[in-house]
Write a protein that binds this ligand. Sequence first.
Ligand code: NAD
Length: 310
Amino acid sequence: MHLLISVQRLTAGRPPMTKVGFIGLGTMGAPMAHLLRSAGFDVTGMDISADIRAGFDGAVAPSEEAVAQADVIVTMLPEGRHVAQVHENLVRKVAKAGALLIDCSTIDVDTARDLAKHAAAQGLEMLDAPVSGGPAGAAEGALSFMVGGSDDAIARAQPVLSAMGRKIMHFGGPGSGQAAKASHNMICGITAMAVMEGFALADAMGLDLDKFYALCAGAAAQSWTLENRCPIPGVVADAPASNSFDPGFAARLMAKDLRLAQAAADSSGQPTPFGAKAAKAFTLFAETSGDRDFSAFYTTLRALPERKQD
Ligand code: NAD
């Protein structure tokens, strides 16, 4: 009796905790969902994999019951088809009136727009909010969100997003977060090819690659990719190349992001010839070495047959 009264006193006047249904507890989702819990949200984690569920306290298989209770439904799933499936089978059927839908997965722009349209027809607000920052950013709450959706939805999502990230950039209506992510990642993919090709040429001509790196890092060839993904073992101590090409950012994810950029180029009509070449090269490479860091492509590049004189 005493206990009941003191609990009632403690909770009196406090707003009820926001319930978050977090679907997809993989490499990125689990640390993001943990951050939401630490920030005081009432999080129910959901994943189709029993092994993954075993690693997240209280996680359940995705179900109508769990989704129906959520005020905010966050998805962090591999591809557009997974997000579409979860929306079709669960969210559209049972999401409560006024629930806010936030998709943080990296998916194609057309699917993101389509999902937002279905949500709006149901009277629900939806944001596409893909991230940059990788597993380290997810663990530290240092992600950057590229967001598409209404001003109202962004304002409602602010406490959730700011518990997981430091930078929230609003690009416009539905799909514009994915559009920014695809365009940004295409720059990264093309830059990666340029860095690797530059080092391959320098190596083929017998240059000292430590010295060549120092030149590039202090000159116009400087970039994030150069400084963090230099493909020569030992040149940058904590780059994946100096650690047997352990990712980092797996080549299969780079290939996926570049294919999404190509899908965006197709639907917008903008030719992106270098993006297309990078997408093709990384997709081929990922067929055999998808779990290695993307900078391991350098070894394939160096092993290509010698160029013939014209
Ligand atoms: P992951 O494969 O580690 O995790 C995905 C999780 O979703 C898995 O646990 C899987 O079991 C679960 N899942 C799949 N289908 C499901 C369904 N229908 N219902 C419930 N759960 C389901 O992937 P990740 O690395 O966490 O990436 C998630 C998303 O974030 C992807 O879109 C990826 O492109 C993007 N992303 C990843 C990184 C990175 O460095 N890993 C960086 C930025 C963005």
